[in-house]
Design a protein. Structure first.
Length: 420
């Protein structure tokens, strides 16, 4: 058996945790640069605010009724980690899927699964303060559906347990559930399946396995098996190693000044290097891309360039040196750029590092330097140590005019309690 624990309206719930006056009010969370709505409270959904709507397209009368918050990824990431700690203390088989979803492997777990689901909900609410729903079923795909069913329950705790693939509630759901409601079935695949007369979940479940694999793919055949109650999807923890790392972000406003773009590039390289070291990886290939906005009446065109490091490395200084050389091949005068990114490829585990005969640098010294770098930034914040001079409010930085304080990760932004 597997459980899927999903934080309900996660971004909104995080905002409400430290702003309880928002409870019961329509709240939306905006994307990078406050561009569009990416999370909505139930009250916001009831007003008809669709997911992904550009902020400027929200009708003025609706805009006055809702509270819009800028994304606070530091807060969301920290609270997500706290939820995983609570879950991991109750169930050893933790398998994080996204920032607000986590699979739990319950195989071999004794006792009442319904009671376990309730304990998961109440423990997260008590120790973190966030609402979650729990779906439990024989496979991960069915656990996803069970979780969706749990969310529709008006009473707390929201827990749904299907002990078998032939549970009456599940059978009734699969008969009417369109393919769009099945985990892993995208729009193009839906169209191809519909062309063969498969338009519901139960039709996909009952289709011949050999035919599905031959006509479509082994992934579709596995999904069908999962709907039948046979677990055949691998754990996220056992995924193949990462093949690439991408660090990209839109600018606060369009930029054409190469000096400002270089400053933003240093910031991206810092994050890319930290991601490498956090995953105990090193890179050999590095790419830089600049993009213009497709929504503006300005010269268009993406541009990118790739280069190779002299040897596999996770050294931020080395990454930045190559990136700064590449950006001069990418940048074009007169262009107003909207987005900048750094891509790392040809990744390998750092423990398999093979020193170069032509590398005259002291690799152990560089590793100690990067370890000290990470330690300082982790303890005192990312602004405590940077590459070069980076202004606190540079034009390239992301707009987040309505961001709440980073209550749990910044000492200077701790909530204040006033006694009168």
């Amino acid at each position: 058996m597997f459980a899927l624990v999903d934080c309900n309206n996660f971004y909104v719930a995080c905002e409400r945790l430290f702003a309880p006056h928002l409870e019961g009010l329509p709240v939306g969370v905006m994307s990078n640069n406050d561009g569009c709505v990416v999370a909505r409270s139930e009250e916001c959904k009831a007003l008809g605010i669709p997911m992904g709507i550009p902020t400027h397209k929200i009708a003025p009368n609706l805009r006055r009724q809702i509270t819009l918050c800028s994304s606070n990824y530091a807060l969301y990431g920290d609270l997500s980690a706290r939820v995983q700690v609570v879950l991991g203390a109750l169930v050893p088989g933790l398998d994080p899927y996204s920032i607000d979803e986590c699979f739990l492997d319950l195989r071999g777990m004794p006792g009442d699964l319904e009671a376990l689901g309730r304990e998961l909900v109440m423990s997260v609410a008590r120790e973190v303060g966030l609402p979650v729903s729990v779906g439990i079923a024989p496979t991960r795909t069915l656990a996803k559906l069970a979780n969706r069913h749990a969310k529709r329950q008006p009473i707390q705790p929201q827990v749904c347990v299907w002990h078998g693939a032939k549970a009456p509630e599940l059978e009734a759901l699969l008969r009417t559930l369109p393919l769009a409601g099945i985990w892993g079935i995208g729009e193009r695949l839906q169209a191809r399946l519909a062309g063969q007369g498969i338009v519901t979940a139960i039709a996909l479940r009952d289709a011949p396995q050999d035919w599905l694999q031959q006509r479509f793919s082994v992934v579709v055949a596995r999904t069908s098996q999962e709907l039948r109650g046979t677990s055949c999807l691998p754990s996220q923890e056992l995924d193949t190693p990462r093949r690439s790392i991408l660090c990209s972000r839109s600018f606060g406003k369009p930029l054409g000044d190469l000096r400002q773009i270089r400053a933003a590039l240093r910031h991206r390289c810092q994050r890319a290097g930290e991601k490498l070291r956090r995953n105990d990886l090193q890179a050999t290939a590095l790419g830089v891309f600049l993009r213009t906005s497709p929504f503006r009446d300005t010269p268009q065109g993406p541009s990118s360039a790739w280069g190779e490091l002299p040897f596999a490395s996770a050294d931020t200084l080395l990454l930045n040196r190559l990136a700064q050389a590449l950006v001069t091949r990418v940048w074009q005068p007169g262009m107003a750029y909207h987005k900048l990114g750094v891509m790392l490829g040809d990744l390998s585990p750092r423990r398999h590092s093979q020193p170069s005969l032509f590398d005259g640098s002291d690799s152990s010294r560089q590793e100690r330097l990067m370890a000290t770098w990470d330690s300082i930034r982790q303890r005192f914040g990312h602004e405590a140590l940077t590459l070069g001079v980076q202004a606190a409010h540079a034009e390239w930085q992301m707009q987040s005019q309505r961001r709440s304080p980073r209550y749990t990760t910044r000492w200077q932004e701790l909530p204040r309690v006033v006694s009168r």
